[in-house]
Design a protein around this ligand. Structure first.
Ligand code: SF4
Length: 472
């Protein structure tokens, strides 16, 4: 499907006799945040062991692999990557042994000065195994002359900039760190005497843990047998929570940035209905991600909600396409229209976002082919006009349909009767507090973290419009 892709999810647990098993379950609940690879590192107090594999969590581990990860502390990671980088060497957690002892790391986010730091480290003789920016942190850690593990961790992560929610595992402690802007979520919970840290609270729900609080932006939380120790090593920075977590990434049953995703997402639909109401017979969500906003839209507009598109949940990554060409096969295999709901009706089609527009065009055609009289597309976020540099995989600006087309042009491209987006003010009203604590760069082109020299060039290139790229 034509969506932004989340890069990663992390889960960690301290003080549980089945730490690796709990981490497996936690990763299972976070699978939506990354499907390319999965990994778990566990410590028995003497040694850290790691297991990583390509694919879904359920395929990457079996009971035998988990049995080889003994210990009461563990961290886990699920990763999404772009095709070229999809290889086991980039899977996480990454485990190294250095002067400070063994350490494993899992990272959600993207470091904007990673290539600059990497270049310097290579010049000084460092050898890199993978192409992820996360490895830079481990090199900085290994080179640190700081007297304690905590000091070395703080020294290394103080040198990186951008978006990071890190989990680090040493043989006797779990360390969680979140960047000072708080781009990506990271929550702390309890499971009996154990501590849990994870990207989204839905992972706590699965194992029966209770949410305690978020790891604060700029906080380094050290969990040992003596309890919690919070360090605040960074200068205060303005908050920039990724608003896309609420729009699309996070599961609706999670709380992120202290708010229920379901509540925010339903509100996006309500506000959208107030701003962009249209006379229609039925509201149809593009499943699954458009469902909450469609419910809000239908409620507010007083138009019945119907599941006019059914999603097949069992399409795996390795689905084999038939050799005979079937028109729009890729979309059809995932979504099927319900003719009895759509035929002869004026339909409001609600989706959470519109990136390239290619899939939406096929869906609009599919709904029309099923007999809809009118198709009105409503998007529960503002036009996506700029790429993300903070850990989310986005197409180049030239490929973002809203960056290169007017709403009228998008309507023509999608072959819809009307197209309308939620306003930026509407989005900010839905997330609360005027949205001042949120990053919305992909809607505004304003970036809260300045880029170092080479990213600056990249940014200029990315922002250069290439109007021809998405036409036709
Ligand atoms: S640019 Fe968009 S996707 Fe990236 S962190 Fe900001 S809000 Fe999230």
């Amino acid at each position: 499907m034509d969506k932004f892709r989340e890069e990663c999810g992390v889960f960690g647990i301290f003080g549980h006799p089945e730490a690796a098993n709990m981490t497996y379950l936690g990763l299972y609940a976070l699978q939506h945040r990354g499907q390319e690879s999965a990994g778990i590192a566990a410590s028995d107090g003497v040694q850290i062991r790691v297991s990583r594999a390509m694919g879904y969590v359920a395929d990457a581990f079996d009971s035998d692999k988990l049995a080889h990860l003994p210990g009461r502390i563990a961290i886990g990671h699920v990763r999404y990557s772009t095709a070229g980088e999809s290889q086991l060497a980039n899977a996480q957690p990454i485990l190294i042994d250095c002067a400070h002892g063994q350490i494993a790391i899992g990272h959600n986010g993207n470091l904007v000065n990673a290539s600059e730091l990497r270049e310097e480290l290579v010049q000084q003789g460092s050898i890199f195994q993978a192409s992820t920016d996360t490895e830079v942190v481990l090199h900085l850690y290994a080179r640190s002359k700081a007297p304690t593990v905590e000091d070395a961790v703080v020294e290394s992560i103080s040198q990186v900039r951008g978006a990071f929610s890190f989990l680090l595992l040493t043989k006797d402690r779990l360390i969680a760190a979140r960047d000072p802007h708080g781009f990506l979520p990271l929550a702390l919970g309890r499971l009996d005497d154990a501590f849990v840290v994870c990207s989204e609270t839905c992972a706590m729900d699965l194992i029966g843990a209770t949410y305690v609080r978020d790891i604060e932006p700029g906080e380094v939380l050290v969990i040992t047998g003596d309890g919690l120790r919070s360090i605040k090593p960074f200068a205060p920075a303005h908050l920039a929570h990724c608003v896309f977590e609420h729009v699309y990434f996070a599961r609706p049953d999670s709380y992120v940035f202290g708010k229920s995703v379901n509540e925010v997402r339903t509100n996006l639909g309500r506000i959208l209905a107030r701003e962009q109401r249209v006379d229609a017979d039925v509201v149809v969500p593009v499943p699954d991600s458009g469902v909450c906003a469609a419910m809000g839209y239908a409620d507010e507009a007083g138009i019945p909600l119907r599941m006019g598109l059914i999603r097949n949940h069992y399409v795996g990554r390795t689905f084999i396409q038939p050799q005979a060409s079937i028109r729009h096969f890729g979309v059809k295999v995932k979504l099927n229209p319900v003719r009895s709901i759509l035929e002869g009706r004026r339909v409001v089609l609600v989706d959470d976002s519109l990136v390239r527009g290619t899939t939406s065009r096929k869906i609009v055609r599919m709904v029309r082919a099923a007999g809809a009289k009118e198709v009105h597309v409503r998007i529960s976020c503002p036009p996506t006009i700029s790429p993300c540099f903070y850990g989310v995989d986005t197409p180049r600006r030239s490929e973002l349909i809203a960056a290169t087309h007017t709403v009228e042009e998008i309507k023509k491209y999608l072959q819809a009767d009307s197209v309308a987006y939620l306003s930026l003010d509407g989005l900010m009203a839905a997330v609360g507090s005027g949205g001042s604590s949120y990053c919305s760069s992909c809607y505004t082109g304003q970036y809260p973290v300045e880029f170092p020299r080479d990213e600056k060039i990249y940014l200029q290139l990315a922002l250069k419009l290439d109007k021809e790229a998405v036409r036709g």
